[in-house]
Design a protein around this ligand. Structure first.
Ligand SMILES: [Zn+2]
Length: 150
């Protein structure tokens, strides 16, 4: 069952953004990773009446310098009935996270993909920052010139 994907860049430091999202959406698990780059993952779920089920949210955060944070929001699961209907619950939940960010920080949406899944993620491409060739959206580095992607 596919989900809904939103990628945005927030004009605020990683700790501020992490804290804002952890408190509101991290009712399952939240973890920070420290290294050269700050990163974190937040897992949550919420009951949606329209599907009579819990819908899951996964938020992946990564610092871009000291005053910007990249946030990927993926809602999934919770489809109801034999037809696996989600009645737009995925989009609603993912958008709620984005709106929560919008209210606090300057936020820019870079990418939004409905019916998101691994196959679709592979089909989505972005351009390498250095050589400008098209590479898969999720790539950490370019497969042609090995440049790390922001
Ligand atoms: Zn490249």
């Amino acid at each position: 069952m596919p989900g809904h994907y939103i990628k945005c860049v927030v004009e605020a430091s990683f700790p501020l953004v992490f804290e804002a999202l952890e408190g509101e959406f991290g009712n399952i698990y939240a973890k920070k990773f420290s290294g050269k780059q700050e990163a974190g993952v937040i897992l949550g779920q919420r009951y949606f009446l329209r599907v009579n089920s819990d819908v899951a949210i996964t938020i992946i955060l990564k610092s871009i310098g000291t005053e910007k944070t990249e946030v990927e929001i993926i809602s999934s699961a919770g489809a109801a009935g034999m037809m696996g209907m989600t009645w737009n619950a995925h989009k609603v939940f993912a958008s709620e996270v984005r709106k929560h960010l919008d209210r606090r920080f300057k936020t820019r949406v870079e990418n939004e993909i409905s019916y998101f899944g691994t196959a679709r993620a592979k089909a989505y491409l972005k351009k390498c920052v250095k050589c400008d060739r098209e590479i898969p959206l999720a790539s950490e580095e370019c497969q042609y010139c090995n440049t790390k992607q922001p």
